[in-house]
Design a protein around this ligand. Structure first.
Ligand code: F6R
Length: 368
C-alpha cells in the first residue's frame, strides 16, 4: 500500500498535488469570488462582530497556524493570535464571546489541542476546527469543521496534512475577507486564482528532488542545522527544522531572519549549514533575507537557499540553491515547504533511520 515507495512519508510527500486539489475542490466559487464551506453557520453579522481569532494547535499544526495568521490578517484584517494549545489550557486565558477559536489538528485527537479548544468554548468563544479526520473528537466539539481532505496520513512526520491545512486556512481567510468586506469580489477572485495554480506548482517543485538529494548527501552528517525565513516563510523555517529533527535526529533550529543577530549568529561557523527560505515575495522579506545570507557567508557558514526559479540575485551568494516555482506571498509557504520535507526525508533515509516510525514519537499525542 506504499504504492512502490520505500516509505509512507515519501508517498505522502508526492501525494501533495492531489491532496491540495482535494482541499480546494467544491469550495472555490471563482465566478462569485467566494468560498463555500459545508456546514458553515456563521452569519455575516457574527463574522463582522468578531474581534479576534485564536488559533489553537500543537507541533506542525501550530506552524500552519502561524502561516494562517499572515493570511487572515492580510485578507480579513482581523487580529489573529496563534497559541500553543498546551500553554493556553494551563493559564487563565482571556476569551470573549467576540472571539473565534480555530483548532487545527490533523488527527483531531491531540489531547492538548482538544482541552484548549474546550476551554475556549466554555469561556464563550465560537469554536471551529480545521481537521483531517472525519468524526474525530475535535470535529465533534466544533460548531463546524473545515476538513482538509488530505486522506490518511501514516508517516509520523506530518507532510500532506500541513500543506492542506495551509490551503484550508487560505480559503478561510478569503471567506472571512469577503464576509467582512475587506476583500472585493475582484480581489477574492484574484486570490482564488492564485490557489488554482498551486497543485501544478507542487508538481513542479517535486522535480527538485534530485537537487535536494545532493544537498542531503553533502550535509547528512552535520551536527546542527539552522533554518531562516521571514514573514510567511518564518513558519516554513520552523517546520523545516522540526521535520529534520524528528526523523534525522539532527539538531535543528528554525528562526525568523531578523532574530539571527540576537543570538543564533554565534553558532555560525564553517560546519554550520543554514537553510535560507528566500522566495522573492513578499519583497520586503526577500530584501532583508539577502542580508541574512551575507551575514552567514561572512562567517563561513554554508548557505542552502530555497529561491524562485528565476532568481538572479541569491544564486551567486549561496553555496547551494534549490529552485522553486514562484507563488504569491501568502501561498508561497505551501510550495517552499516541500523541498524541506524532501530534505528531511533524504537525510533520514541516508542515515538509515526508521523514517515512518521515528524514535520516541507517536502519530497522535492523546496524552498531555
Ligand atoms: C510533526 C507532527 C506533530 C503534530 C502534532 C499535532 O510532524 O506530526 O508535531 O503536528 O503532534 O498533531 P495534530 O495535528 O494531529 O493535532
Amino acid at each position: 500500500e506504499k504504492g512502490g515507495h520505500k516509505h509512507f512519508m515519501h508517498k505522502e510527500i508526492l501525494e501533495q498535488p492531489r491532496a491540495v486539489a482535494d482541499t480546494v475542490r467544491g469550495r472555490m466559487l471563482l465566478t462569485e469570488g467566494d468560498v463555500h464551506f459545508e456546514g458553515w453557520n456563521l452569519t455575516p453579522e457574527k463574522v463582522r462582530s468578531l474581534s479576534k481569532i485564536t488559533i489553537l494547535a500543537c507541533g506542525t499544526s501550530w506552524h500552519s497556524g502561524v502561516a494562517g495568521k499572515h493570511m487572515i490578517e492580510t485578507l480579513a484584517r482581523l487580529p489573529v493570535e496563534v497559541e500553543l494549545a498546551s500553554e493556553f489550557r494551563y493559564r487563565d486565558p482571556i476569551v470573549e464571546s467576540s472571539h473565534l477559536a480555530v483548532a487545527i489538528s490533523q488527527s483531531g485527537e491531540t489531547a492538548d489541542t482538544l482541552a484548549a479548544f474546550k476551554e475556549a468554548k466554555s469561556r464563550g468563544a465560537t469554536a471551529i476546527a480545521i481537521c483531517n479526520v472525519i468524526g474525530s473528537a475535535m470535529t465533534r466539539e466544533a460548531e463546524f469543521s473545515v476538513m482538509t481532505n488530505a486522506g490518511p496520513e501514516i508517516g509520523v512526520a506530518s507532510t500532506k496534512a500541513f500543506t492542506t491545512q495551509l490551503v484550508a486556512l487560505y480559503l478561510l481567510a478569503v471567506k472571512l475577507g469577503r464576509m467582512r468586506g475587506t476583500l472585493s469580489v475582484a480581489a477574492a477572485q484574484e486570490h482564488l486564482t492564485h490557489l488554482t495554480q498551486i497543485p501544478k506548482m507542487i508538481e513542479d517543485v517535486l522535480k527538485c528532488e534530485p537537487a535536494v538529494k545532493r544537498v542531503a548527501r553533502e550535509f547528512m552528517n552535520a551536527q546542527d542545522f539552522l533554518f531562516l525565513g521571514r514573514g510567511p516563510m518564518h513558519p516554513v523555517a520552523l517546520e523545516g527544522a522540526l521535520k529534520l529533527k524528528e526523523i534525522s535526529y539532527i539538531h535543528a533550529e528554525g528562526y525568523a531572519g531578523g532574530e539571527m543577530k540576537h543570538g543564533p549568529i554565534a553558532l555560525i561557523d564553517e560546519k554550520m549549514p543554514v537553510v535560507v527560505i528566500a522566495p522573492k515575495q513578499p519583497h520586503v522579506a526577500y530584501e532583508k533575507i539577502i542580508g541574512n545570507i551575507e551575514e552567514v557567508r561572512a562567517r563561513g557558514g554554508q548557505v542552502i537557499a530555497v529561491i524562485d526559479e528565476d532568481d538572479a540575485q541569491v544564486g551567486g551568494l549561496a553555496n547551494h540553491v534549490i529552485r522553486i516555482p514562484a507563488a504569491c506571498a501568502l501561498l508561497a509557504p505551501v510550495v517552499a515547504t516541500i523541498p524541506l520535507q524532501l530534505l528531511a526525508y533524504h537525510v533520514a533515509e541516508m542515515r538509515g533511520n526508521d523514517v515512518d516510525q521515528p524514535r520516541n514519537l507517536a502519530k497522535s499525542v492523546t496524552v498531555e
